[in-house]
Design a protein around this ligand. Sequence first.
Ligand code: C5P
Length: 220
Amino acid sequence: TGPLVVAVDGPAGSGKSSVSKAVARRLGFAYLDTGAAYRAFAWHAQHSGVELEDQASVVAALPTFDLAEATDPDHFTVRVGEHDVTAAIREPAVTGVVSLVARVPEVRAALTGIFRRLAAGTDKPGIVIEGRDITTVVAPDAPVRVLLTASEEVRMGRRSAELTGHSPEAVGEQLKARDRADSRVVDFMTAADGVTTVDSTELDFDETVDAVIAVIQSRT
Ligand code: C5P
């Protein structure tokens, strides 16, 4: 028997990364941020001279994608080959193009394989995996599946509070554009069958963590 898988999906700014990380920490579980892997691949494609609009060109960068992503919620790092990209993948230069690589089916298949191997390989009793298609594609059989939502207004507010130095308008526009692009590829706005919705619009951070832990307890 492998680790207990907790699958968490949600849109940008729903708080799913920080909430998933806190849930993993509280339960002594591993934590896997799949968006970070898509971002790392976008960074790699950018640095491989790939034409990002050209799907075949993007696919050609897959064989040289050497990803090392930590699954420790207390020491989260992402490396591509020799490069520590933990900070670089949060820059607008990467955020603005990640949807272009995430829409490519071969990229999704390759990263899904990586996620399943990372999840199976943890020595922790469980793993919280968060992203856009975890409840539906990466781990549809997970015993715990959660869709974390929040109103668009609250999501934009949280994201611009995180990104000091960028105008709230610009952050909001980028977030909406990214959700629109991503929605064409995977549906993360509606809960699939058997997926529990946690709406954090009216909850603070700790209450949201408690709500996700309550779902886990009710399912295990
Ligand atoms: O979660 P985060 O905002 O870091 O995700 C970055 C991007 O990675 C998303 O905008 C989306 O294009 C892609 N992604 C995805 N499937 C996932 C996780 C992220 O397509 N499971």
